[in-house]
Design a protein around this ligand. Structure first.
Ligand SMILES: NC(=O)c1ccc[n+]([C@@H]2O[C@H](COP(=O)([O-])OP(=O)(O)OC[C@H]3O[C@@H](n4cnc5c(N)ncnc54)[C@H](O)[C@@H]3O)[C@@H](O)[C@H]2O)c1
Length: 399
């Protein structure tokens, strides 16, 4: 397909704590790559709701047009003028879009979410995943420096190293990179802080290619920040959940909720004692918007997610209870799901001190509410057993 560090110090020195409003100046030009996906569609809605003019680029490889129903984007380009809250959709591979419909255009905010996501999808086609994640990010960075980001390119004059440039020299626009907690690899530290080492397995184990590709994305972004003063902000997302996330690529919550709605067994991989923290997409999107707007976030790496740990067995039991299901919970060995030699991570908990200190990040959606919202979305979107639809569908009582 066609595409485009921290040290070991664990101290948190994020400067004065500032509550940054997540609002945008009406008419700010925002580009969301992967905007028809799970996270991207929630983010695009939020940005448009705050008055941004949103341009979405998505090749619909895992994204879905249905995710944009509420936004109703036009095929684009957006008409000139203020037109706050308007949205356009460019259905294209991002690499092609940079040379085609996006050529010569410039944005104030760029949220780069397009990627091949999920360990299962990456293991199915690792080469495609690496190309999407790394080559695409490299091309995007070059396009931004060449004028795709406000304040860059010929019109802005020469750009200098980070900090040297004024607004006309490249510091006015911002680029948010959606990285992943996978970057910590199989480090056994708990919780993970942004300055911790990454520990990856051997290159012969395909599952590490996703972690490596996201680490390279971070390196690329930070290199462009250092070299050109590009206003990058890196968010390391921990498990994010909510309506519109699909279970097809192994994501645990929609898989469990879907099975519970059908009263089928919930399949826990391994012994079920692996620990995860799941955060509602609305809290994550709020954090991403606030981070991007905070001047102190530029050039930094931030964990975003929940720090409330639970085992996968506990999660399964909770889903069964909240959905009111008759499902059993069964355990399946990893090797039967992912093949021999698969290494999973025992404990993945973020240290949130840095992002809390900077933007007051404080996830607030109760987790049972998230489960109910996911159940309602699955019941409405995919249809399922009649009883479940009655309980959680559009006209059901599960609210
Ligand atoms: N959901 C999570 O728990 C989580 C955790 C860590 C990191 N992330 C990161 O957040 C971002 C969004 O993830 P998501 O969960 O919404 O997944 P998603 O699969 O729903 O979204 C990715 C989107 O990118 C699009 N895309 C892929 N390749 C493209 C290309 N070449 N050109 C244009 N569009 C392309 C897909 O169609 C899809 O809409 C990703 O970068 C992912 O690595 C997500």
């Amino acid at each position: 397909m066609d595409q485009g560090g921290p040290g070991t110090d664990r101290r948190v020195d994020a400067g004065p704590r500032v509550r940054v409003p997540a609002g945008h100046v009406p008419g700010v030009r925002a580009l969301v790559t992967g905007g028809a996906g799970f996270l991207g569609s929630h983010l695009s809605e939020r940005l448009a709701g705050q008055g941004a003019r949103v341009t979405i680029v998505d090749d619909l490889s895992t994204g879905r047009l249905e995710n944009l129903e509420a936004l109703r984007p036009t095929p684009g380009p957006l008409p000139l003028g203020p037109d706050a809250g308007a949205a356009e959709l460019i259905v294209s591979d991002l690499g092609h879009a940079l040379e085609g419909p996006l050529a010569g255009r410039s944005f104030d905010r760029v949220y780069h979410l397009a990627a091949s996501v999920g360990v299962r999808r990456v293991m199915d086609d690792p080469a495609d995943a690496i190309e999407r994640n790394v080559v695409l990010t490299a091309r995007l960075m070059r396009w931004l420096v060449a004028g795709g980001l406000a304040g860059f390119g010929a019109a802005a004059g020469a750009v200098g190293p980070a900090g040297a440039a004024g607004p006309a020299g490249g510091t006015s626009g911002r680029v948010l990179i959606a990285s992943s907690s996978e970057v910590y690899g199989k480090s056994e530290r708990a919780p993970f802080a942004e300055g911790d080492d990454s520990v990856f397995g051997p290159t012969t184990a395909l599952r590490w290619s996703y972690a490596c590709s996201k680490a390279l994305d971070e390196h690329l972004a930070l290199a462009h920040h250092q070299r050109h003063g590009l206003g990058v902000v890196i968010a390391r997302l921990f498990n994010t959940v909510g309506p519109r996330q699909v279970g097809d690529y192994g994501m645990v919550l929609p898989r469990f909720v879907g099975a519970a709605l059908r009263d089928e067994p919930l399949e826990v991989h391994g012994d079920g004692e692996q620990v995860r923290c799941l955060c509602d997409v609305r809290d994550v999107v709020d954090g991403l918007c606030r981070l991007t707007e905070h001047p102190g976030a530029v050039g930094g790496v931030f964990n975003i997610g929940s720090d409330q740990p639970m085992t996968i067995s506990e999660l399964a039991a909770r889903v069964v209870r909240v959905v009111g299901s008759q499902s059993l919970v069964v355990k399946t060995p990893y090797q039967r799901v992912f093949g021999a030699g698969f290494e999973d991570l025992r404990r993945r908990v973020p240290d949130l001190r840095k992002v809390r200190a900077l933007i007051g990040f404080d996830p607030g959606v109760p987790f049972d509410q998230t489960i109910r919202d996911v159940a309602r979305w699955i019941a409405d979107a995919d249809g399922c057993a009649r009883g479940s639809r009655d309980r959680f569908g559009r006209h059901g009582a599960g609210r």
